[in-house]
Design a protein around this ligand. Structure first.
Ligand code: SIN
Ligand code: NI
Length: 244
């Protein structure tokens, strides 16, 4: 089990993101890299953009990837960093194809989600291959998670977030290269982008998103909740959102 230090907890709570090396071992990363690519060969992508191939809630369909989404090290680190009880919100495989020529532009994640009350969501972004700066690497705006209630930003438009929140123009940008098996955790409102993949190999990442147990449904459309018939204002809970 990975150890999260007091310095890492403090960094996460101040900046809204933190790099935790070796959350899974190199051999686990190699195993899940193959499992993720195998999954994407058998299932169509949700996204038809060059930005990334996206496969949501793979843990409900695929036992190999379920072992990663429900990996005890991820949940333990997320709970320690957040200091709260957590449920799984959803997972996603995100692949940037070789030479995809498209950044994932700056955005916060939470405005995309159908969450009315959403205190501190936390995402684990797990590198299943080495991800240096030129291979679809994440970049964060420290402290940006304190900016709440922003409308959803356009992650295909490099200006979108900065038009919505001009103060962010002056924030430092922190790029975090990851080795296979490393992870960044980011707050659901920490603004981030990912570079294009300039390399000859796919960038394979698995993202596991956790939410606090007080998170309620807003009624906004979302691929995970649309089939469930939820009522606006109710707690998001049940077997699709297990406690971790
Ligand atoms: C990406 O990996 O391309 C983006 C991930 C994210 O926006 O959370
Ligand atoms: Ni994002």
């Amino acid at each position: 089990m990975v150890t999260v230090t007091d310095e890492q907890i403090a960094a996460f709570r101040t900046e809204g993101f933190v790099h935790i090396p070796s959350v899974i071992s190199p051999s686990e990363a190699a195993h899940f890299y193959e499992a993720a690519l195998d999954y994407t060969r058998r299932n169509p992508s949700l996204s038809n953009r060059p930005v990334f191939d996206q496969h949501v809630n793979v843990w409900t369909h695929d036992s190999a990837m379920r072992a990663l989404t429900l990996h005890p090290s991820l949940a333990a680190a997320a709970r320690t960093l957040n200091g709260t009880a957590l449920r799984l919100w959803h997972d996603q495989i995100l692949i940037k194809q070789p030479h995809n020529n498209a950044a994932t532009e700056f955005h916060q994640d939470q405005p995309y989600w159908p969450h009315a009350t959403s205190p501190n969501p936390i995402s684990a972004w797990i590198a299943l291959c080495d991800v240096p700066a030129e291979k679809g690497c994440m970049t964060f705006l420290p402290g940006s998670f304190k900016h709440t209630d922003l409308p959803a930003q356009n992650l295909g438009d490099p200006r979108s977030l900065f038009q919505i929140e001009p103060e962010f123009v002056w924030f430092p940008r922190v790029t975090v290269p990851l080795k296979a098996g490393d992870c960044t955790f980011h707050h659901g409102r920490c603004a981030h982008m990912a570079t294009p993949n300039f390399t000859d190999d796919p960038r394979v990442a698995h993202i596991v998103i956790f939410m606090e147990t007080t998170t309620t449904y807003s009624g906004r459309g979302h691929v995970v909740t649309d089939p469930l018939g939820l009522t606006t204002g109710e707690l998001i809970m049940g077997e699709l959102f297990p406690l971790v």
